[in-house]
Ligand binder design. Structure first.
Ligand SMILES: Nc1nc2c(c(=O)[nH]1)N[C@H]1C(S)=C(S)[C@@H](COP(=O)(O)O)O[C@H]1N2
Ligand SMILES: [Mo]
Length: 387
């Protein structure tokens, strides 16, 4: 926190857990091309988007969250950028962005990216890491070529089990050749036609903080698989062991554990599909209304699955009312939901939203605690005062 406010905080022990210093809360962030994001840390730069700024069906580039593990590259020239595909392939390739455009079908898709640590701030006991609240999620419209098409052109060998991704960002330590993040996916997931090697974002170029000029978008799974500033995809015959693939990074206990329990790395498993989740994006929390009715709306998503229903409650979950739920624009796009609420009398209310996926799995009421603070898909709630 001291790094974020720029100086030591003598009374930091008195600060409550999950506390946001006023200097940060009231300090409008000035990241060029971003608007309204709340900065969690500056080195590396991490910033999330308040839910009410995520109301649009397609998240504008200016509101796509930023999750950096390292220092962003200096050079992001799309004309000189190269992507290498190598390792266990029949034809290793080095491609420019122009090559990608010319050689492969260019597609545009709305794809949800959510950081696995989104919601970490609500873990009790607290866990280390960026204290994301709700806004490390976005659904922008990405343009690029299918990862599967490029891998097919390279000719994936039969013994390949995993991809390994590399980007041009550098480690915060400044140590040369030490990548901040290098993740990979099982080859079956890599071959899913939903994954893109993207060079376009919302009809324009990628934002420098979102991986310009070239990134992976591997929707449905933790955002960490979507390597930014993508320079290399290496095909391997073992589970990739790059930076933040091993130990407890992006892993959860194989079986549920009690809050605060110590879990050995050997009992942790790599996170795959993200769980079902929803956000209330209209209205913003804390609203006071004078009438008795209120339209509410938001988005819901379910990793590799689809959202089957969203329900809302104004009585702390005692009764539920079904929301109208839209279809995804394409697979892996979040789904719009809306409902008309009616409040019986004046007073303080909370609106809770709960999504369920196509397997009938719902969002839980409370956080399922795990040592690294991942996969918090507890229901989102906002407060409303009827005056
Ligand atoms: N090269 C590189 N790619 C990266 C990261 C990174 O630190 N370096 N962070 C990952 C993580 S943890 C997430 S959640 C997403 C976030 O994408 P965004 O910053 O565009 O929102 O990028 C992923 N890709
Ligand atoms: Mo992430």
């Amino acid at each position: 926190m001291a790094a974020v406010v720029g100086t030591a905080i003598p009374f930091h022990r008195n600060m409550p857990g999950g506390f946001l210093p006023e200097a940060i809360a009231s300090n409008p962030v000035t990241i060029e091309g971003k608007d309204g994001l709340v900065v969690l840390g500056r080195r590396p730069l991490n910033a999330e988007t308040p839910p009410h700024l995520l109301d649009e069906e397609v998240t504008p580039t200016s509101r796509h969250f930023i999750r950096n593990n390292g220092i962003v590259p200096q050079e992001m020239d799309p004309r000189t950028w190269r992507l290498r595909i190598d390792g266990l392939v029949h034809r290793a390739m080095s491609l420019s962005i122009e090559d990608l455009r010319k050689r492969f079908e260019v597609v545009t898709r709305r794809l949800t990216i959510e950081c696995a640590g989104n919601g970490r701030a609500s873990f009790d006991p607290r866990v280390l890491g960026n204290q994301w609240t709700l806004g490390a999620v976005a659904c922008s419209e990405w343009t690029g070529v299918r990862l599967a098409d490029v891998l097919k052109a390279a000719g994936v060998k039969d013994n390949v089990v995993y991809t390994a991704h590399a980007g041009a960002d550098t480690h915060v330590s400044g140590e040369r050749g030490k990548p901040p993040l290098s993740r990979g996916v099982p080859i079956e997931k890599a071959m899913d036609p939903g994954n893109l090697i993207a060079f376009g974002m919302n009809g324009g170029p990628l934002h420098p903080m979102n991986g310009a000029p070239l990134r992976l978008v591997v929707p449905g799974w933790p955002g960490s698989f979507s390597q930014k500033w993508l320079t290399r995809i290496w095909l391997r015959d073992v589970v990739h062991d790059g930076a933040k693939m091993t130990g407890s990074s992006y892993r959860v206990p194989e079986t549920p554990v009690a809050p605060g329990e110590k879990v050995p790395d050997s009992a942790m498993t790599i996170i795959r599909s993200m769980p079902v989740k929803s956000l209330i994006t209209t209205p913003r929390t804390g609203l006071a209304i004078t009438g008795r009715t209120l339209p509410v709306a938001g988005h819901a998503w379910a990793g590799d699955g689809e959202v089957a229903r969203v329900d809302v409650s104004i009585d702390f979950g005692a009764t539920w009312q079904p929301a109208d739920l839209g279809l995804p624009a394409n697979r892996h796009a979040w789904q719009r939901w809306s409902a008309a609420l009616e409040f019986p009398r004046k007073g303080y209310y909370e609106v809770w939203a709960r999504a369920a996926d196509d397997k009938g799995v719902s969002q839980p009421f409370a956080v399922a605690w795990n040592p690294k603070g991942y996969l918090n898909n507890a229901m989102h709630r906002i407060s409303v005062r009827v005056t």
